[in-house]
Design a binder for this molecule. Structure first.
Ligand code: PMP
Length: 373
């Protein structure tokens, strides 16, 4: 079976599994315990994983907070900043094409007297920087949360410009980078305007159930303050209490290490595979298909395509024995895509869209199966 739903989740790499196994078996210590080797080994393993994750995005190790995944990171940052800085204001700016973990957190805050502006997007799902500028000048927000690369169509937002504007105006800027980490080359040191970033291990061949919130220090090196989502034993420097999932964190660290080492190779491979897949689809279906995704400034490996006059649920189901694909985001697969709707697609266009998402581990030979459809 050809697995083309890598934006939903990825398969753990063998090296990741091998790295994790000792921490599920013999090395079972609690990293917060002290003195005996089971505890210190676990603590050391978490430290190493933190270093790998920090290197992948190029931030300081004490800016990494391990969470249960990007859903938690998004919630923690949005609700945590909104609550902590409530005295400074109640305006939050986001977009109409965020992941539900951002949108629902914002809706929750709206019910608690926060004002949320949901920015419109263009036909590829990107915000307009002039609209954004106007919105933040008219009513300076306490937080901006804008997705870096879209999970349904792959489009990249103008993060550099957004970060610069936020930095100039001293506004906290959070970006959900879950889909771009390991697939787009960036270094947070080039983006001083990004205050917060979310990511997840299972999108880069690591385990499910772990992720990160990057909480950046200010220009004086002072840690940012926000209200924690989890109160308790004070792990993760009080930002996120709870016993660390050492095996998962070690797996995340290994996946991050491999993603960092192979970044250039993986990006080229994804670009190549995407071009092969798009070519095969064009050849096979010519004017019966329309690509929703832009061809440039995008995450390589995400292909969103309308099959004219075909119902996407029926298509994805009929392909399911041979190809794993999806109608869009796995997190909201029962509803018509809010992303495509915001991009201006009609309900018919949305109902005929299938997303294929590739991994660098995809075998290009296997894509030939499209010739046999
Ligand atoms: N944000 C984006 C852009 C995503 O694609 C996902 C995963 N579908 C998430 C957040 C949620 O990540 P997790 O599964 O780690 O909670």
């Amino acid at each position: 079976m050809l697995y083309l739903d890598n934006s939903a989740t990825t398969q753990i790499l063998p090296e990741v599994k091998d790295a994790m196994l000792p921490y599920l078996l013999e090395e079972f210590g609690n990293p917060s315990s002290k003195y005996y080797s089971l505890a210190t080994n676990a603590n050391e393993a978490v430290k190493q994983a933190r270093q790998h994750v920090a290197s992948l995005v190029s931030c300081d190790i004490d800016e990494v907070v391990f969470t249960s995944g990007a859903t938690e990171s998004n919630n923690m940052i949005i609700k945590g900043v909104a609550d902590y800085y409530r005295d400074k204001g109640n305006h939050i700016v986001t977009t109409k094409v965020e992941h539900p973990a951002v949108l629902e957190a914002c809706k929750y805050l709206e019910q608690r007297d926060y004002k949320v502006t949901y920015l419109d997007v263009d036909q590829f799902g990107r915000i307009n920087i002039n609209d954004f500028k106007q919105v933040i000048e008219e009513d300076p927000p306490i937080l901006v949360s804008i997705i870096w690369g879209n999970n349904e169509v792959g489009s990249l937002n103008p993060i550099k410009e957004i970060a610069e504007l936020c930095e100039e105006q001293d506004i906290f800027f959070h970006t959900d980078a879950t889909q771009v980490i390991g697939k787009v080359k960036f270094s947070l040191s080039d983006y001083p305007g990004i205050s917060f970033l979310s990511g997840s291990a299972h999108k880069l061949h690591g385990p499910k159930g772990t992720g990160m919130a990057i909480l950046r220090k200010d220009s004086l090196g002072i840690p940012v303050k926000l209200t924690p989502l989890m109160h308790g034993g004070g792990q993760e420097r009080d930002y996120r209490s709870g016993t660390l999932a050492v095996h998962n964190i070690v797996g995340f660290g290994k996946a991050a290490e491999l993603a960092f080492e192979n970044l250039n190779h993986n990006i080229s491979k994804l670009e190549e595979l995407e071009s092969t897949l798009s070519g095969l689809l064009k050849e096979k279906f010519s004017d019966h298909i329309i690509f929703n995704n832009d061809q440039k400034d995008k995450i390589p490996g995400i292909v969103s395509v309308q099959f004219k006059g075909v119902n996407n649920e029926v298509l994805v189901k009929s392909l399911a024995d041979h190809i794993a694909s999806s109608t869009g985001s796995a997190c909201s697969s029962s509803k018509p895509s809010h992303v495509l709707e915001a991009m201006g697609c009609t309900i018919e266009e949305i109902r005929s869209t299938v997303r294929f998402s590739i991994s660098p581990t995809t075998d290009s030979q296997d894509l030939a199966i499209f010739n046999e459809l």
